[in-house]
Design a protein around this ligand. Structure first.
Ligand SMILES: CC(C)(COP(=O)(O)OP(=O)(O)OC[C@H]1O[C@@H](n2cnc3c(N)ncnc32)[C@H](O)[C@@H]1OP(=O)(O)O)[C@@H](O)C(=O)NCCC(=O)NCCS
Length: 167
């Protein structure tokens, strides 16, 4: 099982009894796009901690408590080899305390060491906290993906960031 240690975080597999917490957090989230599917979240919990079909789901733990989730996507159908992208979501009460910066730093370093010279992340242009985290972690803003994701009756522009480590 994959475990990634940061200064204040541990990224690890979800425990089976954490399913409800993840489901509740996603159901309450204002940043998850689309419907929250219970079975899909259950599969993510069951398969977490290991790559399955180019996807890696991880729990974010800090101070011994579950504080959020992260996921990495890669795979030939989606991105060129050596490229992956990730998302991260912390429980609302745990945001703004540096956990996201620590988690993204640790995850990025681990991905570079495990076959991904390019790690990328997209976030809504208006998502100032995530954009700030990416910038603090050394990601470069590469441009705007226009009308990237459907949101309500419109489509949101996304900022694309990447962190590149070439030997
Ligand atoms: C985005 C997220 C992962 C960041 O994690 P976090 O632990 O809250 O972030 P940190 O505390 O490490 O850093 C947040 C930074 O954003 C800044 N920030 C927060 N709100 C801001 C705002 N409205 N405008 C500008 N900067 C802002 C903070 O000041 C801090 O920067 P600083 O250290 O220079 O002061 C977390 O807030 C989250 O889960 N949000 C909801 C889900 C989400 O948006 N996920 C990303 C989707 S791709």
């Amino acid at each position: 099982m994959i475990e990634i240690t940061g200064q204040r975080v541990l990224l690890r597999a979800f425990r089976p009894d954490e399913f409800e917490a993840l489901y509740e957090a996603h159901a309450a989230s204002d940043s998850i796009v689309g419907t929250v599917d219970r079975d899909r979240i259950r599969r993510r919990v069951e398969q977490s901690g290991t790559w399955v079909d180019g996807r890696l789901d991880l729990a974010v733990e800090s101070g011994g408590a579950l504080v959020g989730s992260a996921d990495v996507r890669s795979g030939r159908m989606m991105l060129p080899g050596g490229v992956c992208e990730f998302g991260i979501e912390l429980w609302a009460a745990r945001r703004g305390a540096g956990i996201g910066t620590d988690a993204v730093t640790a995850l990025t370093g681990w991905l570079h060491e495990h076959g991904f010279p390019r790690v990328q992340a997209g976030t809504a242009v208006r998502n100032a906290p995530m954009r700030r985290v990416l910038e603090k972690c050394g990601y470069a803003h590469e441009g705007t993906m226009r009308a990237f994701i459907a949101e309500g009756g419109t489509r949101a522009d996304y900022a694309l960031y990447a962190h590149v480590a070439l030997a």
